[in-house]
Design a protein around this ligand. Sequence first.
Ligand code: FAQ
Length: 299
Amino acid sequence: MDFDALLAADARIEPRDRMPDGYRRTLIRQIAQHAHSEIIGMQPEGDWITRAPSLRRKAILLAKVQDEAGHGLYLYSAAETLGVDRADLLDLLHSGRQRYSSIFNYPALGWADVGTIGWLVDGAAIVNQVPICRCSYGPYARAMVRICKEESFHQRQGFELLLTLAHGTAGQRAMAQDAVDRWWWPSLMMFGPPDEESPNTAQSMAWGIKRHSNDELRQRFVDMTVPQAEVLGLTLPDRDLSFDGEHWRYGEIDWAEFRAVLRGDGPCNAERIARRRAAHDDGAWVREAADAYAAKGVA
Ligand code: FAQ
């Protein structure tokens, strides 16, 4: 079957199938950005591994941060099925020519941020990513199935951590509220610009790469999260939040802040890339050893 017939039948496009150049380019852009987000996303929480307050919390956090590295691997592998090389994609990340999610340019200032990232950032990631399990491109869709299962565990551990703090001392409760106040609006920005300012959505939906628009998914996230905040006993920093009988309506998002973060002027952009480059350089000996091993024919 040709490309259009496969799309019309809602079947998966596989690497062997002929596909339009634009479809291939869009997938490489989105999958690479997604992979980069996973590995840069290890940094804010990774900072807290040595400072976790108990062995149990440390073990959970280690597992979560390792999962993010694994998600990066599945996604770089999916991108490679489109004919690109992961070393080249990493170069594009390190030189600022490919993006990663805006959310990871904010700092994790306290322990409660670890719970809040799990609850809100992984929560937003799940809402965005579950529909990608039905993406028209087979390798991306299949990678997302496993990623979503793991993100679901991540979201729950974040919620449980925050629930514990919210029912703890007055200081712990204040720490949880402060973290939620800082991460709420950046989490809404994760879904991308409003639909009328999103240049890629219409074509990506026509190609079955995106199944919903940015604003649809953002609304779904708000509707899911407001009742969870009530269970936690924490407030969301938006005086305009109100239920209209069907949806939770939210206030104005500061799109100037979003654009600044995308331009590289967020609180941690420079630090995140510098650290990523340093980690890449530190790992050079591992790549060299792996290449030498492969060259000897020892698989
Ligand atoms: N940050 O036309 P659209 C995670 C760019 S979850 C930075 O609407 P599109 C898990 C966009 O690339 C986070 N840039 O674009 C985790 C485009 O720029 P370009 C990663 C953004 O692609 C949790 C321009 O704006 N998830 O890592 C953002 O149709 C905890 C115009 O926008 C994914 O990547 C943004 N937030 O829709 C890890 C999910 N939003 O390239 C660790 C897959 C937009 O034209 C710890 N990606 N831009 O120059 C997607 O679903 C889509 O790519 C969107 C953007 C929805 C992000």
